[in-house]
Design a protein around this ligand. Structure first.
Ligand code: GDP
Ligand code: ZN
Length: 315
């Protein structure tokens, strides 16, 4: 069923929800100067907002007299844009799907970085290995399973053949709200189209309701999946940056450090770099974590030290 959308403007204020008693709903798309709200009544309608109001897809809101009040967020996933400003990608998300493929391979440290970002935002990271139909997929899948099998849920899928998609759909269908990241070319769009055929990833939805200024490309959209669960899609989102993370928190979020964190280092405020009696160093020495991945930790540590995390959330 196609849902008719309308932009609440001057002419139709009287008949719109939100003009009467409190109406509770959720933002399902953001168009810059208006948000598309799915109300608890099942009705879906546009409500104008100030451009800088800071509302994002996934926000629960109350609308009364055309004024929108945002309810507290359970989680928020942030990214840093090219100008260094921090933007919230989606609110009340549960899962970060980290999509990788044997071709193109993830850049070094990509998965660890994504896991840290997910954990920082209190999202559950899951690894989605796409293009398992490719000839050279097997060793790639085996390597990743060896490294992350005990740490993350892993889904081995092919958007092309449909292999593994049932398990992924079932997982997402448990009622989770997810967001997928992956470098360009891993098949993220293909995958999202395969699990949600009604998705139109390339062009944001346009809507016309006779109100000037309402025709804006959709920035971010929340889709209900046919098998249950929800998915937030933000066109062009591949990279993410740290926001409120401190160097003290990094090791606790870093995948593969879990055992070392329980072991305790000699110094309570150990940064796991050059300190003696460091449990992480011991883990590296014993081969419990590869030197490449430890190097990723050190790089992320330096990035945070350099002040990458100091940008404030744009309101
Ligand atoms: P995105 O940049 O991550 O959104 O990737 P796309 O979905 O645009 O896909 C990039 C390329 O990978 C396209 O040529 C797709 O046809 C191809 N592709 C996507 N999924 C699969 C898959 O499961 N198997 C294979 N062999 N190719 C795929
Ligand atoms: Zn240490």
């Amino acid at each position: 069923m196609k849902i008719k959308k309308k932009c609440v403007g001057e002419q139709d204020k009287k008949e719109s929800p939100g003009s009467g008693p409190n109406q509770r709903g959720m933002i399902v798309a953001h168009h810059g100067i208006a948000v598309d709200i799915l109300f608890e009544s099942g009705e879906r309608r546009m409500v104008k907002v100030k451009r800088r109001a800071g509302h994002v897809v996934g926000d629960n809101v109350i609308v009364k007299n055309h004024r929108l009040t945002r309810l507290p967020r359970r989680t928020k996933l942030c990214r840093r844009d090219s100008r260094g400003s921090v933007r919230i990608v989606g609110a009340n998300l549960d899962v970060l799907g980290i999509v990788v493929s044997p071709m193109p391979m993830p850049t070094p440290g990509y998965i660890d970085h994504a896991v840290v970002a997910a954990r920082e935002a209190e999202l559950r990271p899951v690894l989605v290995i796409n293009k398992c139909d490719l000839e050279d997929a097997q060793p790639f899948v085996a390597d990743l399973t060896a490294v992350y099998g005990k740490i993350l849920d892993i889904f081995v899928v092919s958007a092309n053949t449909g292999e593994g998609l049932d398990a992924l759909t079932l997982y997402l269908g448990q009622g989770v709200r997810s967001f997928f990241v992956g470098i360009t070319g891993v098949g993220k769009s293909s995958l999202l189209n395969a699990i949600c055929p009604s998705l139109d990833l390339r062009v944001g939805e346009l809507f016309t309701a006779g109100n000037r200024g309402c025709n804006t490309t959709t920035v971010s959209t929340l889709h209900s999946l046919p098998g249950g669960g929800e998915l937030v899609d933000t066109p062009g989102f591949n990279e993410f940056g740290f926001v409120d993370i401190s160097t003290d928190d990094l090791a606790g979020f870093f995948p593969g450090f879990e055992a070392a964190m329980e072991d305790h280092c000699h110094f309570r405020d150990c940064c796991h770099r050059t300190e003696p009696g460091c449990a992480v160093s011991k883990l590296v020495e014993s081969g419990g974590i590869s030197r490449e991945r430890y190097a990723t930790y050190l790089e992320l540590f330096d990035q945070i030290l350099a002040g990458d995390a100091r940008f404030k959330i744009r309101r």
